[in-house]
Design a protein around this ligand. Structure first.
Ligand SMILES: Cc1cc2nc3c(=O)[nH]c(=O)nc-3n(C[C@H](O)[C@H](O)[C@H](O)COP(=O)(O)OP(=O)(O)OC[C@H]3O[C@@H](n4cnc5c(N)ncnc54)[C@H](O)[C@@H]3O)c2cc1C
Length: 371
């Protein structure tokens, strides 16, 4: 990964960022070299690797100055398909994904009215004979324009007709190439180059065998996928933090002011050392979460903790790096401002910091439920 990433230097990502363009060449290269099929079992032609391998792939992309958001969904949605998909679905999709013929890069959960309250989503999937009919709206669905498949969470039973709020949700693997005109995908321009979109479903008919697992059990399937997502995003944050620390070290050694390198001043050294230690500590939590996930043990606490600690470590490192670069931190050519913008996302998406703190307070520490 390190060698491959070296072929896509900061200037590549900088130009994409300026034009808000998808890193087509980079994704094609990752696909051709088998990295995006890493988690597909060997029997389907994939790499048969563990989630740790996916974490290493994404960490290296970020540590090199790049951004894995162009392609990370294929790695974190894979667990839901592998653990809960039918043999027929696996036979149909996994060889094609492993061969790079099909991309599974869109993961559609968030809705404008529901926000963090996932159980309130309103996109409906209604059974009609051999088909489901989709109606509703999703927001912030990244890479929908660059993916063949979309993993979609929708309500199959209305909220007021289920006993528990977690029931009545289902997961579908939708082939975006064959859904016809009922689907509208509108790009959203954001402060980072993220290819994110709004998706509207208007009487979209999909075959009933797009359903993953049992109807109504989708929230459970999605949760295990979300743990993988949180761990992999945490690994991306560790990569970002490594990039910021390395850039800060280099600049602090090279930049001479008042007749000495600025890095000779302890006021400059200490924030770098602090960011480094915060990153090391967060990385230990990422490793612990990975070990639990791979053993198929409960890892909700650790996956959430890894995501929170790593996103805060990368943000601390980003702020430190910008400060140490002085005015040059704001110049595009140093990539610091781009990486600074990019790493800020991770305290909001895929889950915001407050939601993690609330999960820990309620489910780990047993404090009174707040909402
Ligand atoms: C660039 C980008 C890409 C994304 N990609 C995807 C994608 O591919 N697929 C997908 O499904 N989603 C995606 N998302 C959506 C992302 O997961 C959500 O933005 C995130 O979960 C937060 O939801 P929200 O934006 O609706 O914020 P809200 O839920 O509206 O929350 C706003 C703020 O209020 C806080 N808050 C809300 N309720 C409480 C409470 N009870 N207590 C304390 N604080 C609270 C939150 O922590 C947050 O800081 C993406 C978002 C962005 C910005």
């Amino acid at each position: 990964m390190r060698a491959l990433c070296a072929e896509f230097p900061g200037s590549y990502w900088r130009h994409l960022d300026r034009d808000r363009r998808y890193p087509e060449e980079f994704v094609a290269r990752l696909t051709a070299d088998g990295f995006l099929g890493a988690l597909v079992p060997e029997q389907y032609g994939g790499g048969g690797a563990s989630l740790s391998a996916a974490a290493a792939i994404l960490e290296e992309i970020h540590a090199s100055g790049g951004n894995g958001a162009a392609c990370h969904a294929q790695l974190y949605t894979m667990g839901t398909l592998l653990r809960h998909g039918s043999d027929k679905q696996k036979d149909l999709w996994l060889p094609a994904i492993a061969a790079g013929d099909v991309r599974l890069q869109a993961f559609a959960v968030t809705e404008p009215a529901a926000g963090s309250d996932t159980l309130s989503i309103r996109t409906r999937a209604t059974r009609d004979g051999d088909e489901y009919v989709l109606n509703g709206q999703k927001i912030w669905i990244s890479r929908a324009e660059h993916s063949d498949l979309m993993m979609l969470l929708a309500r199959t039973t209305p909220l007021d007709k289920v006993g528990r709020r977690t029931a009545g949700l289902s997961v579908f693997l939708v082939d975006l190439r064959s859904v016809g005109s009922g689907i509208t995908i509108s790009p959203i321009r954001t402060m980072i180059n993220h290819s994110t979109t709004e998706v509207f479903f208007d009487d979209v008919r999909i075959p009933a065998d797009c359903l993953i697992g049992d109807e109504g059990s989708g929230f459970r399937y999605i949760l295990s996928g979300m743990n993988a997502e949180r761990i992999l995003i945490a690994a991306e944050c560790i990569g970002d933090a490594r990039w910021f620390i390395s850039a800060a070290r280099q600049y602090a050694s090279d930049r001479v002011v008042f007749g000495r390198p600025i890095g000779q001043n302890q006021g400059v050294q200490f924030p770098i050392a602090r960011a480094y230690l915060a990153t090391r500590a967060a990385d230990l939590m990422v490793k612990e979460a990975l070990a639990l996930y791979e053993a198929e043990d409960p890892c909700g606490e650790e996956a959430n903790a890894a995501k929170l600690l790593a996103s805060e470590a990368s943000w601390e490192a980003a702020d430190m790096c910008l400060q140490i670069h002085g005015g040059f931190g704001f110049a595009e050519e140093y990539d610091v401002e781009r990486k600074f913008r990019e790493t800020r996302l991770y305290q909001v998406a895929p889950i915001s910091t407050n939601m993690i703190l609330s999960y820990v307070a309620e489910h780990v520490l047993g404090l009174t439920r707040s909402f």
